[in-house]
Design a protein around this ligand. Structure first.
Ligand code: SDX
Length: 385
């Protein structure tokens, strides 16, 4: 029997170190802690670009001309609205549903309510990607308003992508700082190579399934606390620790019990996640402005202790460690942190799906068989209890 057996091939748990694609979208230098999107360092994009311009860069491979950006922005804005059938459906959702379950279900519904679903041209695929990017913010905000017993707020096309999301969530146009900080956070979360949720979407798309199904897969994957759900748990950890004096004993006992500290560690980064560095600065500014330096100091103390204890093993803060503080002080509810991550990462997901489909081959890895071979079939009545 030609089963793959142990010893014939190297098994890599979690596909660690396995190359699953060739891509020009981003590059992660895990040893030095650097990240570039299409050749541009994220520090430069966070400083000079906007989320929507970065989204164009990631999707199309170059920074847009003014005309290209205007057309792209109008295309996004013209796709903000949800189909009335989707709005009727969301009104019948359980209002205590997790918002990640809501957007996973609603993106899946796009395959039912969006027209041109049977068109598979390159242009139709890009249009589906733009629809996903445009509609996820509306889905998140609509559900949040409904669960608060409030009216859904329609998108305001006069606002930027980030301003519009905060407007649809809270019913008023955000202050300049809040909109800017959210936009920077969306830039930092937009793309990250072969992370679990991106790979999950690519696997689905590689069977030539549709983009909505592929993004549904990605959202389901991102929901997990080892991936996108960590920032919610960072804030719960700060609640549990309570004071600055309790930080050291809490972290030391957690490490002694081999518990993982959320917001730390990474499969690729064995240095400080460059996104966390930028988010830490903004977290400080927001915490100082909101008079919440205690939480920031607790985070900084956790970071110091973790780097001292496990930094030598390559365990440093990752993107999730300070994003929770940033979102908290933007007024974003904790269970909407990961949906905001999904809103941003919809660009990276769709860019990798579209890139891989250019020279598609269905993903189909192997498994080493370590079970028995050639057993005799015993009739049920003769089997011993
Ligand atoms: C994201 O892949 C991406 O790019 C993801 C992401 C993106 O942008 O898409 O960057 C976003 O997912 C960030 C990660 C958010 N998740 C967390 O913060 C959860 C906590 N982190 C860990 O669960 C872990 O670090 C992972 C999941 C992020 C990485 O897991 P790996 O590479 O499989 O590492 P591992 O679990 O095999 O750990 C290796 C060792 C273990 O010790 P030993 O068993 O060898 O003794 O490091 C230890 C782990 O116990 N370790 C930690 C730790 N992370 C790893 N110990 C304490 N706290 C941690 N956070």
């Amino acid at each position: 029997m030609g089963c793959l057996t142990a010893g014939e091939q190297k098994y890599s748990r979690g596909l660690e170190g396995v190359i699953a694609a060739i891509s020009s979208i981003s590059c992660i230098d895990g040893d030095e802690g650097n990240l570039i999107y299409r050749g541009y360092p994220i520090e430069v994009l966070a400083k000079y670009s906007t989320y929507l311009e970065t989204a164009f860069l990631i999707l199309y491979g170059h920074l847009p001309t003014e005309k290209e950006f205007e057309d792209f922005r109008e295309n996004i804005k013209s796709n903000y609205e949800l189909h009335p059938g989707m709005i009727d459906t969301i009104k019948n959702f359980m209002m205590d549903a997790h918002p990640m379950d809501v957007i996973r279900s609603m993106v899946s519904m796009m395959g039912i309510f969006c027209k041109d679903k049977r068109e598979f041209s390159r242009e139709a695929k890009y249009l589906k990607a733009i629809r996903v990017i445009a509609k996820i913010p509306t889905m998140i905000a609509a559900f949040h308003r409904l669960r608060e017993g409030k009216e859904i707020i329609s998108p305001d096309k006069s606002l930027t992508y980030s301003e519009n999301f905060l407007y649809m969530m809270f019913g008023e146009k955000p202050d300049e700082l809040s909109a800017k900080v959210l936009d920077i956070a969306l830039i930092l979360h937009a793309e990250h190579g072969m992370n679990a949720s991106t790979f999950s979407g690519m696997v689905t798309a590689s069977s030539l399934s549709d983009i909505y199904s592929a993004v549904t897969s990605a959202i389901g994957t991102l929901k997990g606390p080892l991936h996108g759900g960590a920032n919610e748990r960072v804030m719960s950890m700060l609640d549990e620790i309570k004071s600055l004096e309790d930080v050291k004993p809490f972290i030391e006992s957690a490490l002694a019990e081999k518990r993982k500290i959320m917001g730390f560690g990474h499969r690729v980064y064995k240095a400080y996640d460059p996104r966390a560095k930028i988010l830490k600065d903004w977290a400080y500014k927001l915490c100082e402005m909101k008079g919440d330096l205690l939480h920031f100091k607790m985070g900084d103390e956790i970071e110091k202790i973790m780097i001292e204890k496990v930094g030598k093993r390559g365990i440093y803060p990752n993107v999730d460690f300070y994003s929770g503080l940033v979102y908290t002080h933007l007024g974003i509810p904790r269970d909407i942190f990961t949906p905001v991550f999904a809103m941003s990462r919809s660009v990276g997901w769709t860019a990798h799906i579209l890139e891989y489909l250019e020279s598609n081959r269905i993903y189909r890895p192997r498994a080493i068989y370590n079970g028995p071979i050639d057993l005799e079939y015993i009739p049920m009545e003769q089997r011993e209890e």
